[in-house]
Design a protein around this ligand. Structure first.
Ligand SMILES: Cc1ncc(COP(=O)(O)O)c(C=O)c1O
Length: 312
């Protein structure tokens, strides 16, 4: 799907065609970049666009810039403003996935730490085609990167060579998605989402030292599962064969949203169909992100209402 025509480059709104970075920028040459993916949801009944958990995404981006030792770490306000201006410039009234990248913008040595560039744009995005029927996935032959090499907790562009290799391999072999194990042989995550197992009515998800991104959707799911659905959620290391023994499984992530997993390594998980608990989590998640419930209002930034209110 094409990126929307207006992007924001270093604080300026520019046409997609003019959004260019030098080919020798450290962000490209040495993989010195960190990024975020966010979603905004169009609620047709309310004629409102809700941007989901903007501040948390900007804080994670700042954390990544710190770990990569960038010379300049932009404020949450500055980066949020770039995103909001880009959305308004495109007059967005549909579901979008927003991408924002902070990168080393100098032609320098390996240790260059600045200047830092910042770019954001968005693509229209419908829910995944797997959201209803679920995915059949496979354990990757690739091992997850580790905290002492390329920390998965940081959403660094270079990390995604690992995710990409795993995803490409799975697709080559006819699977819909991939589960990556850490060097201990325990579950880490997917190529772009965190993993949840449902077993005996409990949700189990790898803990944050299992080689995962500290996912904002994972946090959302844990909160709504405990608070709204009364479920027990356990964060702990997870074995591959526990999944074979599980009743249901699902992915969660900004891009994936809440997406059922129906088989692993060609073994059905539970009934081999999306499960009832997965459906409940999914339903509640969509109610929250679309603003169909008044709950969790602080997670949603209304774009047009905010502008209307400012103009009045
Ligand atoms: C590797 C990986 N894990 C997990 C996630 C989910 O993170 P979040 O819920 O913050 O989007 C993503 C998506 O950004 C990801 O790329």
């Amino acid at each position: 799907m094409p990126t929307l025509p207006k992007m924001c480059l270093n604080g300026k709104i520019v046409a997609y065609e003019d959004c260019k970075v030098h080919a020798f920028a450290g962000g490209l040459k040495y993989g010195g970049g960190v990024f975020e993916g966010l979603r905004a949801y169009w609620n047709a009944d309310q004629q409102e666009l809700f941007l989901f958990r903007l501040t948390e995404h900007m804080e994670r981006l700042r954390f990544g810039m710190k770990v990569l030792r960038f010379d300049e770490i932009f404020s949450v306000d500055h980066m949020s403003d770039c995103i909001l201006r880009m959305i308004r410039a495109n007059e967005v009234r549909e579901n979008i996935h927003i991408r924002i990248i902070a990168y080393i913008d100098s032609d320098d040595e390996l240790t260059g730490c600045g200047p830092i560039g910042l770019v954001c744009g968005a693509v229209p995005r419908k829910p995944s085609r797997f959201v209803d029927d679920g995915m059949s996935i496979v354990v990757s032959s690739y091992t997850r990167i580790t905290d002492n090499a390329l920390p998965p907790r940081v959403k660094a562009t270079a990390n995604y060579i690992n995710n990409r290799a795993a995803e490409l391999e799975a697709k080559r072999h006819g699977y819909d998605g991939v589960l990556i194990m850490n060097p201990d042989g325990r579950v880490s995550e997917g190529s772009g989402a965190c993993f949840f197992l449902v077993r005996n009515g409990q949700l189990i998800t790898p803990d944050v030292t299992s080689g995962i991104l500290e996912s904002i959707t994972r946090d959302t799911v844990i909160e709504i599962a405990r608070r709204d659905l009364g479920l027990t959620v356990v964060e702990r290391p997870l074995d591959r064969t526990e999944i074979y023994a599980g009743d249901e499984a699902f992915w969660c992530g900004t891009g994936y949203e809440v997406l059922p997993i129906v088989a692993l390594d060609k073994l059905a998980i539970g009934s081999g169909k999306p499960g009832a608990i997965t459906r409940k989590v999914q339903q509640r998640y969509f109610d929250v992100v679309y603003g169909r419930t008044a709950d969790y209002a602080s997670w949603r930034l209304p774009i047009w209402g905010r502008q209307r209110a400012a103009a009045e």
